[in-house]
Design a protein around this ligand. Structure first.
Ligand code: AMP
Length: 185
């Protein structure tokens, strides 16, 4: 990536906060550090759950935040209109496409089915050579250990290639994740 461009980091995360306070802690830490590193946060423009935590932290730290939300979720996910850029799409698919097009790297924080959908879609697009951007998983307190085990078993069973491992990297803490992101900037 050319050095004069701002790195855009797309964060996929829960529309709930989850039961472990470490999840909100990690989201706030990541949002703050993305902003302080001069990177732009790209996310689903909601003001609830970890989505709200990461975005509010980035804003408080003075960062740029680019949010994309489909019209039908404006009320449900509490569309956060005070972002640097706030984009309303017609559909969920359009939301994911706009987020992906405007990002250089993807991060999966703890989350639910929607976060998993976003993670799998982005690594599937990479498998299909539609992009070559890295995806990082923040494995807060081992929350994503089950995901790691699932993918390992898919590789063992021959449905996923060993080479697909290079599409995503697991990190145990925000420090290690930020080191990887800094190397892209
Ligand atoms: P969740 O991880 O389920 O809390 O959802 C996190 C985010 O993913 C929210 O912004 C959801 O709107 C979004 N999401 C939920 N389901 C889907 C889906 N099928 N495709 C894309 N995004 C989704």
């Amino acid at each position: 990536m050319p050095h004069n461009l701002q790195l855009s980091v797309c964060v996929f995360c829960g529309s709930k906060t989850g039961t472990n306070p470490a999840f909100v802690g990690a989201a706030v830490d990541l949002g703050t550090r993305i902003a302080k590193s001069g990177m732009r946060l790209v996310y689903g423009a909601g003001d609830i759950g970890l989505m709200g935590s990461v975005a509010n932290a980035a804003q408080i730290a003075g960062g740029d935040v680019f949010g994309v939300i489909p019209e039908h979720l404006l009320q449900w996910e509490v569309g956060k209109r005070d972002l640097t850029q706030f984009i309303v799409t017609e559909t969920m698919h359009e939301r994911k496409k706009v987020m992906a097009m405007n990002s250089n790297a993807f991060v999966l924080l703890p989350g639910g089915l929607g976060s998993l959908d976003e993670f799998f879609e982005i690594i599937t697009w990479r498998q299909l050579k539609l992009h070559d951007k890295p995806t990082y998983v923040l494995n807060v307190d081992g929350y994503w250990d089950g995901l790691k085990t699932l993918i390992d078993s898919q590789i063992d069973a021959g449905f996923v290639g060993e080479f697909n491992r290079e599409f995503f990297t697991f990190f145990d803490d925000v420090d290690a994740l930020m080191t990887a992101l800094d190397q892209l900037a």
